[in-house]
Design a protein around this ligand. Sequence first.
Ligand SMILES: [Zn+2]
Length: 195
Amino acid sequence: MNKKKKIFALILTLFMVMGLGENVFAYTEDPLFIGGKLERGVSNMYYYVDSTAEGYTYLINNAVDNWVDTGYGWNPIYMSPVASNYATDVDFYAYFNDDINGSILAKTSFCDINEGYIDPMVKNWFFAKIEINDVVISQYPTDTQQGTIAHELGHAFGLDHQDLNKYSIMCQVGFGRITQRVDEISHNAINTLYN
Ligand SMILES: [Zn+2]
């Protein structure tokens, strides 16, 4: 595949896959929020890193720390790592998919207490599942990988894409995201959503 084609294919496939599998990305404006949020709030979250995602633990912990302490003052986020996915709020997995139709950097899904996928636009979720695509994310620098994990965490908390703002962590890589750190608008959005 030539480089241009490859970049186009990447851009095509960077979109977040929502709970029911549909891609949600075509905005005329950028709403801050998906619609729902974490049922139990964000102030006492537990997260689990599956053995498949063990190699990302350092970056996951950094991305979590970045949300806990954004540098923009107080927010209610607190997260502790745990060794099992029992009753956790956010779970991390990695998978390998070099099928071009499936080659997104990472995706976030939203689940109810029975682990069924829900539509995050209309319902709150009990927990979120973040899946990191090894084969695609490994093509990017580690800083971008960490930024992508922080981006997916933003989805897990209820934030939508900010593709018109390259300085937002919620801008997609395919739309030219410049920062890999939580930005002030996203920080404030959490305070609004979980006030
Ligand atoms: Zn996204």
